[in-house]
Write a protein that binds this ligand. Structure first.
Ligand code: SF4
Length: 212
């Protein structure tokens, strides 16, 4: 029997799918990470080139591992051995057939909010890769765009800064200080309110807590 949380996620997920489709995203709701993994793989034809951003979600659900094990041309930024190699992989990823990422937050109306330190991830969401697949746990849904930005800056960014061992005020205190430090990871803030060309961005909502 489904739990109240699962029922809530399913109902809100369906509402979000409708709102995303009105904004010309392709949208799906998957109750579990395993179903989301299979959905993502079904959207990416074999032999495609695939790159991704620094997302815990796509790693934790096993998607990056599954792509390495199958017949894809993987552009894996994590294999860069130096800052120069990583930057080169970031640039190469901007011309991939498919780019995978999560979102830092998504509003109930279907607007995506992402913040970025170097900008490669938000650049790829905006333009470059022919297709973008966004995989987002229902824990990242916020009431509206303002609440989504607050979630991204007030929660996701401090946790990510700690994850990257950043020398930022939030990594010390757990809250945003609106810093301008050299290692700030909130340099670019992207609000994606409509998908153009239609269906270029595919959003898979997952009825589980995933990522930050
Ligand atoms: S303190 Fe700086 S790096 Fe941390 S969340 Fe705020 S703006 Fe981002």
């Amino acid at each position: 029997m489904a739990t109240p949380n699962e029922i809530r996620n399913e109902k809100l997920g369906k509402y979000l799918v409708e709102n995303l489709e009105k904004r010309h995203f392709e949208a799906y709701y998957c109750p579990t990470a395993e179903e989301a993994l299979q959905k993502a793989l079904s959207l990416i034809p074999e032999k495609s080139s695939v790159a991704w951003g620094g997302s815990m979600t796509i790693r934790d659900m096993g998607l990056t591992k599954a792509l390495h094990e199958r017949d894809y041309d993987v552009i894996d930024r994590d294999l860069g051995k130096s800052p120069e190699e990583i930057a080169a992989l970031h640039r190469k990823g901007l011309l991939a057939d498919y780019f995978l990422t999560s979102a830092n937050a998504i509003s109930e109306e279907g607007v995506l909010v992402n913040i970025d330190g170097t900008g490669n991830r938000v650049a790829a969401i905006c333009f470059g890769p022919k297709h973008v697949i966004v995989i987002c746990g229902m824990n990242k849904v916020a009431k509206d765009v303002d609440a989504a930005i607050k979630r991204a800056r007030g929660f996701a960014a401090p946790v990510n800064s700690m994850r990257f061992l950043g020398k930022t005020p939030c990594a010390s205190t757990g809250r945003c200080h609106n810093c301008t430090s050299e290692e700030c990871i909130c340099n670019e803030i992207l609000i994606t309110r409509v998908c153009r060309p239609a269906h270029r961005i595919k959003v898979i909502l997952v009825g589980e807590d995933m990522g930050y």
